[in-house]
Design a protein around this ligand. Structure first.
Ligand SMILES: [Zn+2]
Length: 306
C-alpha cells in the first residue's frame, strides 16, 4: 500500500510503453509481410505512440515539475505555518510533502470568489495551506490520487448560505458541494494553522472530499477496505449517538454531532491537530483513523518531545 507519490510509476510506464511498441511493431510487421498495406499500418503505429504519450503525460509533467527546486517562499510558509511539516517530518518526509504540495497546486484549480476584476485574489499562503491540507491527509497513503473533480473557490472570510460575506450570518468557514466545488474562507483557513485546537477548516473540507469520493457523505471515506466497512460504520454510529447524548467533554468539537459526515471530518481535525488527546480519550477512534491514514501522529509527537 505504501509507496512513493506516483510521480514516475516505473511499472505502469514500462507496461504502457511495451504495449504501444508491441502494437506498433505488429502493425509494421503485418505491412512488411503483406497482409496489411502500409498506410493503415503506419497509422496504427502512430496511434499506439500517441496513446502512450497521452496516457503518461501526467507523469512526465510531474517529473519535470518535481525536478525543479521547490519555491523558497512556499517553503517558508510551510515552515512558519504547518506544524505537521516542520515538527513531525524528517528531511525525506519534507521532500515528499513538498512534492505533494506542488503537484496538488499544479493539478487542482484554485481561484478567488467573485468575477472579473472584483474576484478575490488568493495569496500564496492560502494556496499552499490548501495544498498542505491535502498533503497531510495523504502523506501515509501517497498512492492516493486526489480526484480533479472540483474547483476550489476561496472566499476572503466566512460566508452565509447565499455565499455572501456581508450577510446576516456569515459563519460558514468552508463547504463541499456533493457534486460541485469546495468553498473555503481564507481567513479561517489561515487561523486553522495558527492554533492546534482541533479546528482546521482545510483538513475538515478535504476530509469531506475523501468521504464523498465514493459518492456518499456517510462518514466512510473512499478506500476503506470492504471488510472494514461494517466495523467502521458501527464505530461512527456509536460515537455519533454518544456525542448527541453527552454534549461536550469529549475529544471532538460539538459540531461532530451533526451527522456521520461531520463526525468523520471533525475527527480528522482532531486526529491531526491533537492526536495525543484523541488517542487518550478515544483509542478505538484513533486506531481506526491511524489505520486508514497509515499514520500515527500521537507516536510521532511523543518521540519529538523525548
Ligand atoms: Zn463539514
Amino acid at each position: 500500500m505504501l509507496c512513493v507519490v506516483p510521480i514516475w510509476p516505473q511499472r505502469t510506464i514500462r507496461s504502457r510503453a511495451a504495449l504501444a511498441a508491441l502494437v506498433g511493431l505488429c502493425a509494421l510487421l503485418l505491412a512488411a509481410l503483406g497482409p496489411l498495406t502500409w498506410p493503415p499500418a503506419l497509422l496504427t503505429a502512430l496511434a499506439a505512440a500517441l496513446a502512450y504519450a497521452w496516457s503518461t503525460r501526467r507523469y512526465y509533467r510531474r517529473r519535470r515539475l518535481t525536478a525543479a527546486p521547490f519555491p523558497e517562499p512556499w517553503r517558508r510558509i510551510l515552515e512558519r505555518r504547518v506544524d505537521f511539516y516542520h515538527k513531525r517530518l524528517d528531511q525525506a518526509g519534507r521532500a515528499r510533502f513538498e512534492d505533494d504540495v506542488r503537484i496538488f497546486l499544479d493539478e487542482q484549480q484554485i481561484y478567488g470568489a467573485g468575477e472579473g476584476d472584483s474576484a478575490f485574489q488568493v495569496d500564496d499562503e492560502a494556496r499552499v495551506l490548501i495544498a498542505a491540507s491535502a498533503a497531510i491527509l495523504c502523506h501515509g497513503r501517497p498512492d492516493f490520487e486526489w480526484p480533479r473533480l472540483r474547483d476550489i473557490v476561496v472566499h476572503p472570510r466566512g460566508f452565509d448560505r447565499d455565499y455572501k460575506a456581508d450577510g446576516e450570518r456569515p459563519e460558514i468557514a468552508g463547504m463541499v458541494h456533493s457534486q460541485g466545488p469546495i468553498l473555503i474562507s481564507a481567513r479561517d483557513l489561515k487561523l486553522g494553522y495558527r492554533r492546534a485546537d482541533g479546528h482546521n477548516v482545510g483538513l475538515h473540507e478535504l476530509a469531506h472530499v475523501l468521504d464523498l469520493a465514493d459518492g456518499y457523505a456517510d462518514g466512510v471515506p473512499a478506500g476503506v477496505d470492504w471488510s472494514a466497512t461494517a466495523p467502521w460504520v458501527a464505530l461512527i454510529t456509536d460515537r455519533l449517538r454518544k456525542l448527541r447524548k453527552e454534549r461536550g467533554g469529549g475529544p471532538l468539537r460539538d459540531y461532530a454531532a451533526t451527522d456521520e459526515a461531520e463526525l468523520f471530518a471533525v475527527a480528522v481535525e482532531g486526529f491531526f491537530e491533537r492526536p495525543a488527546l484523541l488517542r487518550a480519550k478515544d483509542p478505538a477512534l484513533y486506531a481506526l483513523l491511524a489505520e486508514y491514514f497509515h499514520q500515527d501522529p500521537a507516536a510521532r509527537d511523543g518521540r519529538a518531545k523525548m
